[in-house]
Design a protein around this ligand. Structure first.
Ligand SMILES: NC(=O)c1ccc[n+]([C@@H]2O[C@H](COP(=O)([O-])OP(=O)(O)OC[C@H]3O[C@@H](n4cnc5c(N)ncnc54)[C@H](OP(=O)(O)O)[C@@H]3O)[C@@H](O)[C@H]2O)c1
Length: 252
């Protein structure tokens, strides 16, 4: 049995990735605060196991509770492969330094950095005890490598995820896991809506992002998820620890 644990599968890119796994007959555990009835219906139609773990990744107690639930669902004697897609993410706070609020920064780092690190930490422990291979995909962003006015928190959290992915790959060499980060480019999701609603004071490039939407430059979540799936099919060609960028995989 194969499982894919996808965080942030209620909408956006995570929903599209979860859908692709279901279509490939991989059992899915979707982790988020809200559910997704369409994924559940698709899984029922395909005869694939689908569980929604209701978990607020910004809350440490809820993360620990949710993690125990996920491990109970996924790591059992019939499991031979587990994918983990750390996709849940937030962009807020979009704000210049000096105007940041402590609570927003703390929540951001908890969702974008602490939660994925702790989920991977537990999965690696559980998998290595059972000699079970993992496919770990951390969703990152081009912002990790760019300096963007108003995005200090987001760029820092994604840069941290890239370095974490590289360190993890180094430590797990020879254990049979596939480990990568995926940078998906700009996608037509709620997150882009949040970006476009920023003020110019908080985010100097906001107009550029409004134009991307107007000019139809945003990719659909399904297209972006398909590119990831095609990459994962060439598992023997994947270099562990790499940040794979959609733009390099499909061209601009
Ligand atoms: N959109 C883009 O252009 C773009 C570009 C580069 C990288 N990315 C990255 O791609 C990933 C997906 O982004 P998206 O655009 O699909 O975002 P989105 O549409 O805003 O969806 C975010 C997902 O994360 C979940 N989430 C947020 N806070 C959570 C929390 N506290 N606990 C549990 N789940 C939480 C949400 O679920 P609930 O609200 O139901 O909890 C939702 O499913 C993110 O890591 C993002 O940084 C996006």
């Amino acid at each position: 049995m194969q499982y894919a644990v996808v965080t942030g599968a209620s909408r956006g890119l995570g929903e599209a990735i979860a859908r692709q796994y279901i279509l490939k007959n991989v059992n899915v555990v979707a982790v988020s605060r809200s559910g997704n009835e369409e994924l559940k219906a698709l899984a029922d139609e395909k005869g694939v196991d689908f569980h929604h773990v209701n978990c607020d990744l910004s809350d440490m107690d809820d993360l620990n509770r949710g993690l125990n639930q996920i491990v109970g669902l996924v790591f059992h004697k019939d499991t031979h492969y587990v994918y983990l897609v750390n996709n849940a993410g937030v962009i807020d706070p979009i704000e210049t330094v000096g105007q940041l609020e402590a609570d927003a920064v703390q929540k951001h780092m908890q969702v974008n950095v602490t939660a994925p690190i702790l989920i991977v930490n537990r999965f690696v422990k559980e998998a290595n005890e059972r000699d079970l291979p993992l496919g770990i995909i951390n969703i990152t962003s081009g912002a990790a490598e760019k300096t963007i006015h108003g995005w200090s928190t987001y760029s820092s959290s994604k840069a941290a995820i890239n370095r974490f992915t590289q360190t993890l790959a180094l430590e797990q060499e020879g254990k049979g896991h596939t480990i990568l980060a995926y940078s998906p480019g700009v996608i037509d999701t709620d997150m882009q809506g949040e970006i476009r609603s920023s003020s110019e004071d908080a985010f100097a490039d906001v107009e550029k992002f409004r134009k991307l939407k107007e000019e139809g430059e945003l990719r659909s979540p399904d297209e972006v998820a398909s590119v990831l799936m095609t990459l994962l099919e060439k598992q023997d060609k994947i270099e562990n620890g790499q940040v794979y960028k959609l733009y390099d995989l499909v061209g601009k």
